[in-house]
Design a protein around this ligand. Sequence first.
Ligand code: ATP
Length: 236
Amino acid sequence: MLEIRNLTVAYGLHQALHGVSLKVDLSEIVVMLGANGAGKSSLLRAIAGISEGKVDGDISLDGRDLRALKSDGVVEAGIAFVPEGRGIFGDLTVWENLLLGAYLPRAREKQDKNLRTVLELFPKLAERRNQIARTMSGGEQQMVAIGRAIMSDPKILMLDEPSLGLSPLLCQEMFQSLAHIKESGMGVLLIEQNAKQSLAIAGRGYLIENGVITGENSAEAMLNDPAVQAAYLGGT
Ligand code: ATP
């Protein structure tokens, strides 16, 4: 289980997170909803060990302290992060991108198994294996980015707004694929502004406002919460 306790992140005098606590278990999808600037990316970057700010508090995975590790160590411990904007190697092929995801020793051992998982989730990547990644559509590039993260054999997969910039149809496909990821045992921490579709596939959710967690509930209860509906579901 990923467990965050009392996490703070400050950029100089600006404090972006104020004592955030949350948990993500294996085989569950947890969504974090928050407006622009609420601190969502700051949270994921701190967990991934790549925060530009000053980080304080506890971050652990199955009881192991992640704060003591550098970013490679966090990946090796079992946390994969797909940043907003995807972060793939545009000049390499789809296949090269996927294999690069398995560069650390633990992942290399499980490369074949994880490749099967990725291709089951995103069969299109097998057809496009030799295509240069930057020539793919936005949705396809998102598949490559998520696939590459899965190749690192994570226990917890963190995604920063994966639906950003996708057409409604691709967005729907992407969420359907994500819904299946938990079947392989991974936990997913999903940051989204698309509340309706993300809550539909999640088990639980958190609300974050101005760097503070202001709500936590089952995804179903959040979908029916008038305050969530007003803020994130267009009042529907
Ligand atoms: P968005 O949905 O717009 O990406 P977010 O919820 O992910 O927003 P963050 O990117 O975490 O929010 O930003 C939280 C606050 O911290 C914002 O006020 C932002 O300007 C500030 N911030 C983020 N990164 C830095 C940085 N490297 N240096 C200084 N301030 C930063």
